[in-house]
Design a protein around this ligand. Sequence first.
Ligand SMILES: Nc1nc2c(c(=O)[nH]1)N[C@H]1C(S)=C(S)[C@@H](COP(=O)(O)O)O[C@H]1N2
Ligand SMILES: [Mo]
Length: 247
Amino acid sequence: MKKKTILTRRELIISGLTTIGGLMLPGCGKKLPPTYGNILRMGDNFTYVAQRALLPGQSMAKEYQQSDISSFPATGTTNPANKSNQYYSEAWDRFHHNEFANWGLSVEGRVARPKSYSLAELQNFPSRTQITRHTCEEGWTAIAEWTGVPVGKVLEHAGILPTARYVNFYAYDGFMECIDMLDAFHPQTILAYGMNGKNLPVPHGAPVRLRVEKQVGYKSVKYLQRIVVTDEFVDVGDTGWSWYVGM
Ligand SMILES: Nc1nc2c(c(=O)[nH]1)N[C@H]1C(S)=C(S)[C@@H](COP(=O)(O)O)O[C@H]1N2
Ligand SMILES: [Mo]
């Protein structure tokens, strides 16, 4: 049953169907996330400039000890090079064959210097390592150590524009998710290339995955391809699943 739910969510995303959709604010034509109006998530509509003042007030997800690290199931897509899977990615398959030497993560949209970052470039940023608990919406949790570069560092390097509000993450298997500036610049929100002291394994999203420690598992996009910064809410992932699912 596990798999079915995930596939259903993703099939909806891929086919572009939306069951909830963002709310339209009358008069200004601005699309806002479905959770808008929840006082606890007023940050949803803050710009990059506004979030900088608020960031120090954000809480951290609990971090654990090495001895707490558990076994960790892989779910959803676990190998984009599997040709019998409908989410097969020829591009990812080629990068994988080449040990991700030519792989790059494109950062585009509302940034002054759009750029494709190689794995080496991402690894050259100051890194962060954290041991956290992953919570899947389907009812399991697991603890692992993740190493990567904070998303905020890469966005600042690309020159994020002051009006930017959201960051969309696209994966090679068609999966996509959107987060706001508070989550994007949260210190524990990282582009992870390491898991438990090794390179990120294929089943867990090689070569680089997102970790959003303040939200449920499905925000942590594996097999990253593209990051697109936007000024307005783009309803990419809201297919009956909540846009914001805080922990
Ligand atoms: N690209 C991609 N990212 C994804 C998924 C997926 O199927 N494809 N599944 C999501 C879900 S529902 C969960 S719980 C976690 C699972 O990560 P894991 O396989 O490392 O346990 O990845 C999330 N990110
Ligand atoms: Mo999940």
